[in-house]
Design a protein. Structure first.
Length: 122
């Protein structure tokens, strides 16, 4: 088994694991928010790596006169890129919503530390 071929998957798994750790165990809402954004980026990277073809790859537009089976073996998978474009648009709404909630929490409680917010609530 070629470790170089598995390296992107290993790095994406490490990035996702670190983000999940930060979401679960950090008490600062800003750090949690940043971890959620980076986790979204890790998933997007996974989609891009899945759609990539090494070697002589061509764009997903069939050239005139090319055999469809040859095209299918050489073309990059466009579906992964479509998913990423959709995820980026959804991520923009996610950024706006979480930022607004964090600002509201800071204005209401005067802190963005979840442990202090628990203490303030009683």
């Amino acid at each position: 088994m070629n470790i170089a071929g598995q390296l992107p998957y290993i790095l994406i798994a490490m990035m996702a694991s670190l983000c999940i750790y930060a979401i679960l165990f950090k008490s600062n809402l800003f750090k949690k928010m940043l971890a959620i954004f980076l986790l979204t980026d890790a998933v997007n990277l996974l989609y891009i790596v899945q759609g990539y073809r090494s070697g002589n790859s061509i764009p997903p537009i069939i050239p005139p006169g090319m055999d469809p089976s040859e095209f299918a073996s050489l073309a990059v998978d466009p579906l992964a890129h479509y998913f990423v474009v959709t995820a980026v648009v959804i991520g923009l709404a996610e950024v706006a919503t979480l930022t607004a909630l964090t600002i509201y929490t800071y204005r209401h409680y005067g802190t963005i530390e979840t442990r202090k917010i628990k203490e303030l609530r009683g």
